[in-house]
Design a protein around this ligand. Structure first.
Ligand code: ATP
Ligand code: MG
Length: 463
C-alpha cells in the first residue's frame, strides 16, 4: 500500500476516533440534561398539584370536586389526572391527551410511586410521575402527571443525526487534508528519488535536489543527500583526475623509450659511447616507470579498501634498518639519528618501511648535498613519535595543504628534482591512516621541512 494512502487512512482513522469520542460525549451529556429537565418539570407540576389538592381538601372540598389549574402547560404534551382511593379517575385536565394516547390507561402502573416511562399504541414514550394524596397520614387518592416525550425524543433524534453528519463531514475534510499534506510531504521525497534516478541514469553527479520548505526531517534528508552528492562528485572528479594524471605520467617515460628505440633503429652506426648513453636513458626511464606503476598499485589497493596484515612490530628497529639502507645510497647529506630503543606499535613492517623510505627520500631529494637530515624516534604522550627533519628547500605555507594530494608537486620541487611523480606523500598518508596514526608537516621555504609521525604505542617487553 503506498505510504500516501497509509498516512491518509491513519490520519482519518485517528481523527474519526477522536471526533466520535468528543461528539459521543456531547450527545450523551445533552440527552441526559434534556431528560433531567423533563423530570424536573414533571416533579414541579406534581408538587404544585399535590399542594393545590391538599389545600382544597382541607377547605372541605370533596376529591371529586377539586379543580386544579395547570393551564400554562399545553394539554397535548402534559396531562394531570387525579384518582380516588379505588383508583377511579375523578379529574383529568386534558381530554385531548387521553385521546391522543388511547392505550396508556392500561399501561399505568399505579403501584409504582415515582417516575415511570410507558408506551402508547404508536410507541410514543410517555414520562409519568405517580404520587399519593395523603390527608393526615391517610391515603385518599393519587395524582398522575404525564409528559409526552414525543417532541423531546424527536429533537434528540434530529440532534443525533446532526452530530453524526457533522462527524462524517469532519472525517471527510480531515481525509482530504491528510491526502493533500501527505502529497506535499512526499513530493519532496519523490524529488530526492527522482534526482537519484537521474544520477543513476546519466552518471552525472552535478545534479542536486532543490531545497524547498523548512529544515524539518525531510529538509534534513535533502541536505544530507546533497552533501552526499558533493562528496560523491568530489570522489568521482578525483578519480577522473587521477586517471588522466596517471596516464599522462606513464606516457612521458614511454615516449622517451620509444624515441630512443627509434633512434637506435634509424642510426645503425652510432658510436658506442652514445649508444651506452641512450641505453642508460632508456633504463632509467624504465625504472621510473616501474616505480610509478608500483606507486599506482599501492594507491589502487588503498582505494580498493585493502587492509594491512598487522602484528606487534619494533618501530625503532625498522627505523634503524631504513637508515642503514639509505646510508648505502649515493648520498652526500649528513644524516644524524637519535633512537630510543624498543618502541613497539601494532602495524605492518613492510608498509612502515615503505613510509619511512618515502619520507627519507623526500628529505634527501629536496635538500642540498651539504644539507643536514636528522631523524629521531622517541615516546611522546604515550605515543611513538618519529621526526624527520631536513634543512632543504622547504615548502611555501600556501602549498602545504596540497602536498598530500596525488600528483601534486611544488614548482620549486619540479625545478630542483624533475624526476618525481608526486605520489609519495599520498601513499605515506594512507599508510599512516591505516595505522591509526597522524602525520604532521611543518615547513618554511629556504629553511627546511619537518615531518612528525605519531602512532599509538604498545607496551611490549623487549626480548
Ligand atoms: P615522488 O612521488 O617521486 O615521491 P614527489 O617527491 O614530488 O614525487 P611527494 O613525495 O608526494 O612527491 O611530495 C609532494 C611534494 O611535496 C613534493 O613535490 C615537494 O614539492 C613537497 N615535499 C615533500 N617533501 C619535501 C621536503 N622534505 N622538502 C621540501 N618539499 C617537500
Ligand atoms: Mg617524494
Amino acid at each position: 500500500m503506498p505510504i500516501r494512502l497509509r498516512l491518509t487512512l491513519w490520519n482519518s482513522f485517528l481523527f474519526g476516533l477522536i471526533i466520535t469520542i468528543v461528539i459521543g460525549i456531547v450527545y450523551f451529556t445533552h440527552r441526559q440534561s434534556t431528560y433531567n429537565d423533563v423530570d424536573n418539570m414533571v416533579s414541579n407540576i406534581s408538587a404544585h398539584v399535590n399542594e393545590e389538592v391538599n389545600r382544597q381538601l382541607e377547605e372541605g372540598k370533596k376529591l371529586q370536586n377539586v379543580n386544579v389549574s395547570v393551564n400554562s402547560f399545553s394539554g397535548d404534551e402534559i396531562a394531570v389526572m387525579i384518582r380516588d382511593k379505588q383508583r377511579n379517575l375523578v379529574y383529568s385536565n386534558s381530554h385531548t391527551f387521553l385521546q391522543n394516547h388511547k392505550t396508556i390507561e392500561g399501561h399505568i402502573q399505579l403501584r409504582v410511586i415515582g417516575f415511570d416511562t410507558i408506551y402508547d399504541e404508536n410507541d410514543t414514550r410517555i414520562r409519568l410521575k405517580n404520587s399519593l394524596i395523603n390527608i393526615k397520614n391517610t391515603n385518599v387518592g393519587s395524582i398522575q402527571v404525564f409528559f409526552s416525550l414525543e417532541s423531546v425524543d424527536k429533537e434528540l433524534k434530529q440532534f443525533k443525526w446532526f452530530v453524526i453528519g457533522l462527524a462524517l463531514v469532519g472525517i471527510f475534510l480531515a481525509s482530504i487534508a491528510g491526502w493533500v499534506i501527505a502529497k506535499k510531504t512526499l513530493r519532496r521525497v519523490n524529488l530526492i528519488a527522482k534526482t537519484a534516478k537521474a544520477i543513476a541514469h546519466s552518471q552525472n553527479f552535478k545534479h542536486r535536489v532543490l531545497h524547498i520548505g523548512t529544515l524539518d526531517e525531510i529538509g534534513y534528508l535533502t541536505e544530507t543527500f546533497n552533501d552526499m552528492l558533493d562528496s560523491l562528485e568530489k570522489v568521482y572528479m578525483n578519480q577522473q583526475r587521477f586517471l588522466s594524471d596517471a596516464s599522462h605520467e606513464l606516457r612521458a617515460p614511454l615516449t622517451t623509450i620509444r624515441g630512443n628505440i627509434d633512434l637506435l633503429h634509424k642510426m645503425s652506426s652510432i658510436p658506442d659511447t652514445e649508444k651506452e648513453e641512450i641505453l642508460n636513458d632508456m633504463s632509467s626511464e624504465a625504472v621510473r616507470m616501474s616505480n610509478l606503476i608500483s606507486d599506482l598499485l599501492s594507491l589502487a589497493r588503498a582505494d580498493a579498501g585493502q587492509t594491512l596484515d598487522k602484528s606487534i612490530i619494533n618501530l625503532s628497529r625498522i627505523l634503524i634498518q631504513v637508515i642503514d639502507e639509505i646510508t648505502l645510497w649515493d648520498t652526500f647529506q649528513t644524516i644524524t639519528s637519535r633512537i630510543e630503543d624498543n618502541i613497539h606499535i601494532w602495524g605492518n613492517s613492510n608498509s612502515i618501511k615503505q613510509l619511512l623510505i618515502i619520507l627519507m627520500e623526500n628529505a634527501l631529494k629536496y635538500t642540498s648535498e651539504k644539507g643536514l637530515i636528522s631523524v629521531k624516534i622517541t615516546t611522546y604522550e604515550k605515543k611513538a613519535l618519529i621526526s624527520i627533519e631536513d634543512n632543504g628547500i622547504g615548502i611555501e605555507s600556501k602549498e602545504i595543504p596540497f602536498v598530500f594530494e596525488r600528483f601534486y608537486r611544488t614548482d620549486k620541487a619540479r625545478q630542483y628534482a624533475p624526476d618525481g611523480t608526486g605520489l609519495g606523500l599520498s601513499i605515506a598518508k594512507w599508510i599512516v591512516e591505516e595505522h591509526n596514526g597522524e602525520i604532521q608537516l611543518k615547513s618554511y621555504p629556504g629553511e627546511g621541512t619537518t615531518i612528525d609521525l605519531l602512532f599509538p604505542q604498545i607496551n611490549y617487553p623487549s626480548i
